[in-house]
Every structure is written in structure tokens, then in C-alpha cells.
Design a protein around this ligand. Structure first.
Ligand code: NAD
Length: 450
């Protein structure tokens, strides 16, 4: 369980108190365990519009060992078999009237959703619509998904996948992610796919087998968790951190059978040293995770240049410089992945964090701008934007601020480093080839910047 409050809310006394006072009752999140089932119950698949993905979705579910049952009839009876997932294919909607079918399918089905259930809605991207009515119906899916996310309880989530014509082969990866425990803290999000050369399958147990993965800032916190998850999924991890963190860096690398590389990513020779290391030791690299980041908080009016410059250097300029060096150094293996760590602050802004929020917003702009270049190489570049994640950083916050930060989201709790790590590992997988230039929030559907 994530925290003291969740423990209390699920105790005998706490259950009574929280129910009587109407206090939040955070669900115990279902997290991914290798070898475990994709879902804890059957799935139901419905459609609104022409539903061109219905067969694809059903096949993905069946291939993953999920039982697909018939749509639930709207009889108001919630006593039937509990569902692990409700999937709506809303591709081909032409106008708002088509959405009545979405309501008719979703309402009785969601009534039967079990704890830690999943709602996934697929549609076409609004930007590519033929008419305002069609764009309206597609965009409506965004509001629908986000609202369902806010209505669900007990660890259940709702997410959307926007699938343009020609990108159908990329559906399996994101759909499986949103259904699985890997996406435990990803809620109310939408991912837009691009047409790409997507492998039909991957090793389910070790999707990153044989891959060389660089993780910056890997000595502790979220970076150490990313290193753990990447190694669990089969990768050889090159763990990078500053020389001052050398001992803990070595401990992480030893724990996972990886390599420790002491490197200050802001040093002038850092890009060249990284490229040389990868060429000499591994011949190339498959994934780089730009995770290292710092905060130097002050109100803008009191912020000295050193605070501004150091945050920009670590959080943004180093990501640009290292990525450019990997591209120019011809060291990225085919199908390479770059995953950049942004932040909810880069979307919502945050008092006292003009430098940090600017750097993290910059990461989102960088990823979007670089996506076409990476697509040309059969590679991808994406970002994750964590919300409130329980780490050493958040443990230092004053009690009240920390508690408010942790509760202001649909899942009513802070996320864990592993939740960010699982999302990054998913973006790194071969079957995520259709996800490019996206920023995926790992924030439990935080109310900040929503
Ligand atoms: P952390 O401070 O625990 O770890 C950051 C690591 O980066 C440290 O090991 C540090 O030594 C390393 N690092 C710093 N400067 C470096 C440099 N110049 N070269 C190499 N390594 C360097 O932080 P964390 O909470 O694990 O955060 C990891 C990432 O997630 C950061 O980018 C952070 O901004 C982002 N993030 C965290 C949260 C959260 O709630 N913890 C929320 C949003 C975003």
C-alpha cells in the first residue's frame, strides 16, 4: 500500500471513519507482476461508429489470455460477473449522434467493472476529421474519457487511444499497457498513434531482451527504479550519475548486472564521452532515458542566475546535447527509443518553480519537434510527465503540502517510482513503435494542469 493514509483508510476503524466522514478511500493499486494475468476478470468490447478496430481489439485481448464476453444489457442489474475491462471502439464516429451508442454500451458495462478495472476508448484523432461534426464527436471522447476517470474508484482507470488510418498495427502495445498493471498510476490520458513499422509480437516476459539501455540519474529515486524495471524486462543497463553519487550508482549497477558510468551530464565533454563509451563497450544503444533532474526552487523575483542556469543545464540542455550527440555519432541502433522525463510542473506550472517548470515544458516541446526525425529512422522519442511521486524529494515536503499533493488526483494517492519506470519501459518496447512525440502523464489524473 502506498502510504500511511491508505493503510489507515483500509483498516477496520479507518473504513468506518472514512465512510462516515466521506473522506477519500484510495484503492490499493494493482501493479504489474511478471507472469501475472493481464486482467483480473473478463473484458467486454463494444463500438460506436463503424468501429474498424473491434476485431483487432478482440484479437489482442484473446492473445493475452483474456476472456471476451458479450456486451452487458442495460437492465440496471450490476450483480452479474464483474468485468476486468471495458473497451469501446469509437472509430468512425461521424457526429455527436453516434455517441449515444457509446453511452448505451458504457453505462451498464462500467456498473459491472471490478476494482482495479480498466476502461479504454479508441477513436480517430480529432485533428484529422473531415467535418466539424466529426471533429466534435472525436474530441468528445477526450472529455468522456477524462470524466470516466474521475468517476471511477478503487484503483480503476480510463484512458484513450487515438488511432489514425494506417496506424492500426500499433494498437496492441498501447492497449495492452493501459489494460495491464504497468499503467497503475496512468489515468485520464490520451495517446495519439502514428503509422509506423510495428512488430506484430514481442517477448512478453522480457520485451527488452538484448537491448542496451542508458538511464541518467540512476543512482537513486525514480532513475534507480527505471534501471531495475529495464533490467527485469531483459535489458543491459548503463547506469549514469554524477561521480559524487558513485557508491550508490555502483550498488544499483551491481544489483541488476549492469554497468556504472560516472558522468556529469552537463560537462562539456559528456556527450562525446557517452558516445565513446557506447561505441567501445556495446557497439551502439537501443534506449536512452533522460531521467536526471534537479530542482532549485525560489520565487522568480528572488531567483539568482545560478539557480536558473543549473536547472536549465541539467533538465533541458543536457537532454538536447546528449540526444544530438547520439544522432550525430551514429550510435543509435535500429528501432531506438529516447524517453525524456518531464514533469506535471511543466504542464501546470508551479509557484516557486519557474526555472524547473520552464525546463520541463521545454522537454515536451523538444520531444514533439524531434519526433519526425526519429520516425524517419524507425525510432521514437517520447516524454513522461510524473505527477506526485513518493520519493526522497517529496518526503522532505511539509506534512500538509505533501498530503494535499498526494490526494489531489483521481486515484487519491501518490504514485511510486515504479509507476514512472513501468511507463518508460513500455515506451521502450518494440511494439510501442507507433507512439512517437507523445507526453504521457503518470499522475493518477492529477487535478493540476488537467
Ligand atoms: P532524485 O533527486 O532522487 O534523483 C535524481 C538523480 O539525478 C540523482 O541521483 C542525481 O545525482 C542525478 N543527477 C543530478 N544532476 C546530474 C548530472 N548533472 N549528471 C548526472 N546525474 C545527475 O530525483 P527523482 O525524484 O528520482 O526525479 C527523477 C526525475 O523525475 C527528475 O527529472 C525529476 O525532475 C522528475 N520528476 C520527479 C517527480 C517526483 O515527484 N519525484 C515529479 C515529477 C518529475
Amino acid at each position: 500500500m502506498a502510504d500511511w493514509y491508505s493503510n489507515f483508510a483500509h483498516s477496520g476503524f479507518g473504513t468506518t471513519v472514512t465512510k462516515q466522514l466521506g473522506l477519500p478511500r484510495p484503492g490499493v493499486l494493482r501493479r504489474y507482476e511478471p507472469g501475472g494475468p493481464l486482467l483480473e476478470g473478463p473484458a467486454v468490447v463494444g463500438s460506436a461508429g463503424t468501429g474498424r478496430l473491434r476485431d483487432t481489439v478482440t484479437a489482442v485481448l484473446r492473445d493475452a489470455g483474456v476472456t471476451v464476453v458479450s456486451p452487458v444489457v442495460a437492465d440496471g442489474d450490476a450483480s452479474g460477473e464483474k468485468l476486468g475491462a471495458v473497451v469501446l471502439d469509437a472509430t468512425g464516429v461521424t457526429g455527436p449522434a453516434d455517441l449515444a451508442a457509446a453511452h448505451d454500451f458504457l453505462a451498464p458495462a462500467i456498473k459491472r467493472l471490478r476494482a482495479n478495472g480498466r476502461v479504454v476508448i479508441l477513436t480517430d484523432p480529432p485533428a484529422a476529421a473531415d467535418s466539424p461534426a466529426q471533429a466534435a464527436a472525436r474530441q468528445a471522447v477526450d472529455g468522456l474519457t477524462r470524466s470516466i476517470g474521475k468517476e471511477l474508484r478503487d484503483g480503476s482507470t480510463a484512458n484513450a487511444i487515438y488511432v489514425p488510418e494506417g496506424a492500426e498495427s500499433g494498437v496492441a502495445g498501447p492497449l495492452t499497457f493501459f489494460l495491464s498493471g504497468r499503467s497503475a498510476y496512468v489515468d485520464g490520458q490520451g495517446v495519439t498513434l502514428s503509422a509506423a513499422d510495428v512488430p506484430a509480437t514481442q517477448d512478453a516476459a522480457k520485451p527488452l531482451a538484448g537491448k542496451v539501455v542508458v538511464v541518467t540519474g540512476a543512482a537513486r529515486g525514480i532513475g534507480a527504479s527505471i534501471a531495475d524495471v529495464m533490467a527485469r524486462d531483459g535489458a543491459h543497463v548503463v547506469a549514469v550519475d554524477i561521480p559524487a553519487a558513485g557508491d550508490s550508482l555502483a550498488a544499483v549497477a551491481n544489483r541488476i548486472g549492469g554497468t556504472a558510468l560516472q558522468l556529469d551530464i552537463t560537462a562539456a565533454d559528456a556527450p562525446q564521452r557517452l558516445v565513446e563509451h557506447l561505441k567501445e563497450r556495446h557497439g551502439g544503444v537501443d534506449v536512452i532515458v533522460h531521467n536526471a533532474g534537479i530542482t532549485r526552487d525560489k520565487l522568480l523575483v528572488n531567483m539568482d542566475a545560478a539557480r536558473w542556469n543549473s536547472v536549465m543545464a541539467v533538465n533541458l540542455q543536457a537532454q538536447l546535447d546528449l540526444t544530438e550527440a547520439l544522432l550525430d555519432g551514429d550510435v543509435l541502433n535500429p528501432g531506438a527509443r529516447v524517453v525524456c522525463v518531464s514533469s506535471q510542473s511543466g504542464i501546470a506550472g508551479n509557484r516557486g518553480q519557474t526555472n524547473y517548470a520552464a525546463s520541463k515544458a521545454g522537454v515536451i516541446g523538444m520531444v514533439r519537434a524531434w519526433a519526425p526525425t526519429f520516425a524517419e529512422r524507425g525510432a521514437t522519442i517520447n516524454a513522461v510527465a510524473p505527477g506526485f511521486i513518493v520519493t526522497e524529494m517529496t518526503a522532505k515536503m511539509p506534512f500538509g503540502t505533501r498530503e494535499i499533493g498526494a490526494r489531489l488526483n483521481s486515484l487519491q494517492q501518490g504514485g511510486l517510482p515504479v509507476d514512472v519506470a513501468e511507463t518508460i519501459a513500455w515506451l521502450s518496447q518494440p511494439t510501442s513503435a507507433g507512439v512517437n512525440g507523445q507526453t504521457v502523464r503518470v499522475c493518477g489524473q492529477s487535478l493540476l494542469g488537467a
